[in-house]
Design a protein around this ligand. Structure first.
Ligand SMILES: [Zn+2]
Length: 279
């Protein structure tokens, strides 16, 4: 049961397929000497099927795989690539070793031992040469959907993979490990890598352009601003969903509110106006 869709060529030598059950976009970037995968699918079996599907496109060796973040649909296929370079942000290893990841694996019918760890950790940036002038840049631009989101830029194809920092299949996914307050700024970094013609491939949904990214950046920052406003005007967390103005449905917003309230509380932000000390 591979549940992999067909490869679609988005630009010469850049492909994407959709894998179920999460409808996640998995990428393949082909140079003249090697190829690189973006994300691994939801299980070792899906990772193996993905690896096998590369042969539908190219006989070139795989240089490795980049994991855009630790969530199951992107990272739980890692075990299929143990003999290759597996690149992820430095936080991903710890996330995958956490009991929460083991619990998630169990929920999905996997054994915790099915989870493999990335073998190359990235802090800020790396570049890979796939041959034929195809150089791929991999960057961590800050906190957002998780604490370890990577973007994979293919400059010669005017295209980038953005993981779940952007989403076009639905609202951006605010989970209990997201950073609402920083996400907008991180998207400024993503937008800074785009031109008017660049396409961004989200983790879920069709490719989007810079105008879409501007819009979603505004909505995400708006959510963070609304949370701060509610906290500073003394609205209890339990009433925040009902009292706030939100660009997304309640179920998408609730985890953002929980994360946002907790973050602001830890910074000492309360429902009183800060006063200047007397000179
Ligand atoms: Zn995710």
């Amino acid at each position: 049961m591979s549940e992999l869709g067909d490869w679609r060529e988005l630009a010469p030598g850049v492909f994407v397929l959709v894998a179920e059950p999460a409808s996640v976009n998995l990428g393949l970037i082909v140079g003249s000497e090697r190829a690189l995968l973006v994300d691994t699918g939801s299980s070792p079996a899906q990772g193996r099927a993905l690896r096998a599907a590369v042969s539908q496109i190219t006989d070139l060796p795989l240089a490795g795989v980049v994991v855009t973040h630790w969530h199951y649909d992107h990272a739980f296929g890692l075990a299929a690539f143990y003999d290759l370079e597996t690149i992820a942000h430095e936080t991903v290893r710890e996330r995958l070793m956490h009991p929460d990841a083991a619990a998630e694996a169990t929920r999905l019918g996997l054994a915790p031992s099915d989870l493999a760890l990335p073998n190359r950790e990235l802090v800020v940036m790396a570049a890979l040469d796939l041959g034929g002038g195809r150089r791929v840049e991999i960057a961590h631009l800050g906190l957002g959907h998780t604490d370890g989101d990577l973007v994979v830029v293919v400059p010669d194809a005017d295209l980038l993979f953005v993981g779940d920092l952007l989403e076009s299949a639905g609202p951006p996914s605010f989970g209990d490990d997201c950073y609402p307050d920083e996400w907008g700024t991180t998207l400024d970094g993503v937008i800074g890598l785009m031109t008017a013609t660049t396409r961004a491939i989200p983790g879920h949904g069709d490719p989007v352009d810079r105008l879409f990214a501007f819009g979603q950046r505004g909505e995400v920052a708006g959510v963070a601003g609304e949370i701060r406003h509610l906290v500073e005007t003394g609205v209890p967390e339990a009433e925040a969903v009902a009292k706030g103005n939100w660009p997304y449905p309640e179920e998408a917003i609730a985890p953002a509110i929980a994360r946002g309230y907790a973050a602001l509380a830890s910074q000492g932000v309360k429902g009183t106006r800060p006063t200047l000390p007397l000179a």
